[in-house]
Ligand binder design. Structure first.
Ligand SMILES: Cc1cc2nc3c(=O)[nH]c(=O)nc-3n(C[C@H](O)[C@H](O)[C@H](O)COP(=O)(O)OP(=O)(O)OC[C@H]3O[C@@H](n4cnc5c(N)ncnc54)[C@H](O)[C@@H]3O)c2cc1C
Length: 391
């Protein structure tokens, strides 16, 4: 099949790789002139790693990724452990592949190399899609300052501000969630040795705010994501903010968090607005469908947004090879993916409540009752997009 994908983020590249491996002709159009990823780290659990291995990324992940021993949830000031999700060997034994933490730039460039190894001309940069026209013979993507391109199938992997989504679902602007995130990276040599966390994903949970820390690139960098409930004042979704605002957000926090805040590059403190939408139930037309943030953007509090985009990619590639007409295959894909991605969006929103409880005792109790280790090990991580039954 002749397939066009709009967007060469993690989702678009994963889809290109899965489809090329199945023998389809794929063209990916990306608006950015230079390919890359914003932000620092990304966590990849077994449900996504299985697809990355399928695309041949095992050895690269083993070199570039860090394998954390656990998620450790701690109280923001005392550091008291509230809950633990074992990762490391436990994740590998239970789910068949490791849990990795990877620099986004590394993961993205590995995916791009895998796609280009399958077809060197598959990805075109500096090409912006502006609209979509569909008729019974096919679908055409309109491009900025270029002739439109036709395809048998169009996939919108163009992120939360998706143009393709507008064609499929109509106008519905993303909604600000009331949460913003600081994203910083600190070389570990700047941090006193006794304040370096263990090789885990540390989540310090406090009133209306939680901070996530984990290592990247062989443990040479400490990635910090500070998630704060506050109004958004800037026009742009991303803004470089004065360091003292970061400092104020984490005043009185545990010395490990303070060590990060005090050692970041003070002119490199970026804050993002977090937006999402309710997951749509209609993702597809006859010849156009969506994946990733274009259709189910989520708060990042289960570390699953990119993982869901990768799962979508693998399931979509399998669905269109079923012995059914394309329109029906797209329905099968959507019906299969809506419940799971909706659950991730809903539970990620719920996590914002859990991780940001003001009262220490109430937080202790909520973690004990919720038992997210059991829940995630039972439904989230065991899913295999390469083999799950598509009905
Ligand atoms: C703080 C934070 C931490 C996160 N941590 C994790 C994590 O640990 N694990 C995880 O799984 N997920 C995580 N996520 C979520 C994850 O980053 C996203 O869900 C994921 O990157 C979405 O990928 P995508 O390919 O769907 O969209 P995007 O990454 O948004 O890619 C869309 C691409 O389409 C291009 N594009 C857009 N419009 C057009 C157009 N008109 N024409 C051509 N090209 C276009 C864009 O330039 C972009 O390259 C996190 C998110 C945040 C904010």
């Amino acid at each position: 099949m002749d397939i066009v994908i709009v967007g060469a983020g993690i989702g678009g590249l994963a889809a290109a790789g899965c489809l090329l491996k199945r023998g389809h002709r794929v063209r990916v159009y990306e608006q950015a002139h230079e390919l890359g990823e914003v932000g620092a780290g990304v966590q990849m659990s077994a449900n996504a790693v299985k697809v990355l291995y399928h695309l041949g990324l095992k050895s690269q992940l083993d070199v570039a990724g860090v394998k954390p021993k656990a998620f450790e949830f701690r109280r923001f000031d005392s550091g008291e452990e509230l809950h633990r999700i074992p990762l490391g060997d436990a994740h590998l034994e239970r789910h068949g592949v490791p849990y990795y933490q990877v620099h986004r730039v590394d993961l993205h460039s590995q995916l791009l190399a895998a796609v280009r190894a399958l077809d060197p001309d598959a990805v075109a940069t500096g090409v912006r899609a502006t609209g979509v026209v569909e008729d019974e013979h096919g679908v055409a993507v309109q491009l900025d300052q270029r002739p439109a391109v036709r395809a048998e199938l169009l996939i919108g992997a163009d992120g939360i501000k998706s143009v393709v989504r507008r064609h499929v679902i109509g106008e519905d602007a993303p909604v600000f969630t009331g949460q913003v995130v600081w994203r910083c990276m600190v070389p570990v040599e700047r941090i006193p040795k006794d304040l370096l966390p263990d090789v885990v994903s540390s989540i310090f949970c406090g009133p209306n705010n939680h901070g996530v820390m984990y290592y990247l690139r062989g443990g040479s960098l400490l990635n910090f994501i500070g998630c704060v409930r506050r109004p958004w004042e800037e026009e742009s979704w991303t803004a470089c903010r004065p360091w003292n605002e970061l400092d104020e957000d984490y005043a009185g926090w545990h010395p490990m968090v303070r060590a990060v805040v005090e050692n970041v590059d003070k002119d490199q403190c970026y804050r993002w607005a977090l937006n999402n939408r309710k997951v749509a139930s209609n993702w597809s037309t006859r010849r156009t469908t969506l994946l990733g943030d274009a259709v189910h953007a989520t708060l990042p509090y289960m570390a699953q947004g990119a993982a869901m985009a990768i799962e979508d990619a693998a399931v979509l590639a399998r669905a269109i090879d079923l012995e059914v007409p394309l329109e029906q295959a797209l329905k099968i894909y959507q019906q299969h993916r809506v419940p799971r991605t909706s659950r991730v969006v809903d539970e990620s929103t719920e996590m914002a409540e859990l991780y940001q409880i003001t009262d220490a005792e109430a937080m202790r109790q909520a973690f004990a009752e919720r038992n997210i280790a059991r829940s995630r090990n039972e439904w989230l991580y065991p899913y295999d997009p390469l083999t799950v039954a598509l009905t």
